[in-house]
Design a protein around this ligand. Structure first.
Ligand SMILES: Nc1nc2c(ncn2[C@@H]2O[C@H](COP(=O)(O)OP(=O)(O)OP(=O)(O)O)[C@@H](O)[C@H]2O)c(=O)[nH]1
Length: 387
């Protein structure tokens, strides 16, 4: 029995099972399901090739079927990497490429059972493996070292697989020390390498993504996808330091949705979440790129407006107020109209985050007391209290 094919069959099965039972900590996504399916195809294919080679199955049947299954498995694995890279529509082009590849392989097999068949198999496998490496290279600039390593090593090994086909075609007798036997050994080494590289790569990339998601959750609100309290305070810190130097003012606006509890009570928490997302979007549309919106708690948001004075910040807050009032949120059950109250202040040189928010919140409470759906400036509130 062909030991190479058997090792590849069992290796793929073991790796697939390892990943299947490995606890990701998150539900299995489409890419992982496709990857697992691809690996099972590959394991089945290598097993079929091993059985065909040893005479258990008629070779004339096992060989074409085994290779067709193998191409499908590798194509599906590459597709899984494309899906993970944000290209979910890989199935149709992959099916088309697969149909062409299988047709080409069967034609070569009919013409020359050994030589041309091996050339076609190497080239087809090389191209599909290269496609997986390209998927891993997507977003190269922001990619982690792990992703870059997997992409480069995957591409090199895929080139070795494809090179065997090209070299056998160009120099059937080999070239100097580069004999056909050596080429075949390199080819098998590259196939083993790809099997291990992409399997452990998938495992490590899953871990990496989980860690990135956890790190992101610490500073980003999952409902609205804007910075949460901690994230917002991180963004605020440098502006607090800058405020100690003379220069242009930086403003802070706090916003609280009016009677938000009623939305939750009347339409349910999911509708409440939809309203929060909607309000965040409406506010963002009124802000500059340099402004920062964050969600503090419940229906309360804060907006940092760099290089903005009190009057200008009040105008921005007024714009947001009018936009929220004028664009009800469409949910499955109803069109929910919302209003919000605002408190506006600027960062003072002697401010801490506590005093800054105390002032903005005092203005916000004043807006609530004055009937909601309005904007109040902290300076006015302070003057009134002092008077
Ligand atoms: N849907 C949803 N609701 C939340 C979330 N976090 C907090 N809440 C709810 O937000 C509501 C906050 O209400 P409050 O700010 O106390 O009061 P209000 O009804 O907005 O009334 P006023 O502020 O006085 O106008 C509560 O009902 C919380 O249960 C969340 O993530 N999603």
């Amino acid at each position: 029995m062909d030991s190479t094919a058997l090792v590849l069959a069992l290796g793929n099965l073991v790796l697939c099972a390892t990943l299947f039972f490995f606890d990701y900590g998150s539900p299995r996504d489409g890419a992982t399901v496709a990857w697992s399916l691809g690996r099972q195809f590959q394991a089945g294919a290598w097993l079929l090739l091993a059985l065909g080679g040893s005479g258990v199955f008629p070779e004339a049947l096992a060989l074409p079927a085994g290779y067709a299954l193998l191409f499908g498995g590798v194509a599906w694995e590459a597709g899984a990497f494309w899906e993970a890279a944000g290209r979910p529509r890989w199935r149709r082009p992959t099916m088309a490429a697969l149909a062409i590849a299988i047709g080409l392989f069967l034609a070569c097999y009919r013409v020359d059972e050994n030589g041309l068949r091996a050339v076609a198999a190497s080239l087809i496998l090389g191209v599909f493996y290269l496609s997986a490496a390209l998927a891993l290279a997507r977003g190269w600039r922001d990619a982690s070292m792990l992703r870059r390593f997997l992409s480069v090593s995957g591409a090199l090994l895929a080139l070795v697989v494809a090179a065997r086909g090209v070299l056998v075609l160009a120099m059937p007798q080999g070239w100097g020390w580069l004999s056909n036997g050596l080429l075949r050994e390199c080819y098998i080494f590259a196939l083993y390498g790809l099997m291990l590289l992409y399997a452990f790569g998938k495992l490590l990339l899953g871990r990496e993504k989980l860690q990135q998601d956890l790190a992101r959750l610490q500073v980003v609100d999952p409902v609205t996808d804007v910075p949460n309290r901690r994230g917002f305070f991180n963004l605020l810190a440098p502006w607090m330091s800058l405020a100690r130097r003379p220069g242009q003012a930086t403003a802070l606006v706090t916003l609280d949705l009016d009677q938000f509890k009623r939305v939750n009570d009347g339409y349910g928490h999911l509708a409440g979440d939809a309203v929060l997302r909607h309000v965040a979007e409406v506010c963002k549309r009124q802000l500059r790129d340099s402004d920062q919106l964050g969600r503090l708690v419940g229906g309360a948001f804060a907006i940092l407006l760099p290089r903005t004075g009190l009057e200008e910040a009040s105008l921005v807050a007024e714009r947001m107020r009018a936009a929220i009032e004028g664009s009800p949120c469409k949910t499955e059950r109803a069109l929910i109209a919302m209003t919000a109250s605002f408190g506006v202040t600027t960062i003072r040189p002697d401010d801490s985050t506590v005093t800054l928010f105390q002032r903005a919140d005092a203005a916000l409470q004043e807006a609530k007391r004055n009937g909601r759906n309005r904007v109040e400036q902290a300076a006015l509130v302070t003057t009134l209290e002092e008077a």
